[in-house]
Design a protein around this ligand. Structure first.
Ligand code: ZN
Length: 148
């Protein structure tokens, strides 16, 4: 009987908690980053910063009109940029940031594609222009990351 009572008491306690939690509307908190997500983002961020370093090599290569290496750099090491920026913007950032981030990432790709085309055409001015834009859009993207 004692055991039955204590079970009954705990059921009642659960019911009470349930009623209380239903009764008082808690204000909905805006979504925040979990520690796991923050950790993931920061590891992507170091990778992105390393890729940014590689991207700045374009400046010299374009200056030297070394079109073969410009193209190799874009198709080689900088190829990872698309994957990483897409992943971060679509799956790691808060929903409120995703649209801006993904649009920014696409801008960076657009400029890199333009540099690639400029390399094919050996068009220095087009390459130089898009290099500056790519870097600017990339830095804007980085400001959307929660740690930076
Ligand atoms: Zn742009």
């Amino acid at each position: 009987m004692k055991r039955y009572k204590s079970i009954l008491a705990s059921i009642l306690a659960v019911v009470m908690v349930f009623l209380v939690s239903c009764g008082s509307p808690t204000p909905t908190k805006p979504p925040t980053y979990s520690p796991e997500t923050l950790e993931q983002i920061s590891s992507y961020e170091s990778e992105l910063l390393a890729l940014r370093d590689r991207m700045t090599e374009l400046s010299d290569l374009i200056g030297e009109r070394n079109w073969v290496d410009v193209s190799n750099l874009i198709h080689g090491p900088l190829g990872d940029l698309r994957r990483d920026m897409s992943y971060v913007s679509r799956l790691l950032l808060l929903p409120s940031e995703q649209k801006t981030a993904f649009a920014g990432a696409r801008e960076v790709f657009r400029h890199l594609e333009a540099i690639d085309r400029a390399a094919e055409e050996q068009n220095y001015l087009l390459a130089e222009d898009n290099y500056g834009e790519a870097l600017k859009d990339f830095d804007e993207f980085l400001t959307l990351l929660p740690n930076g």
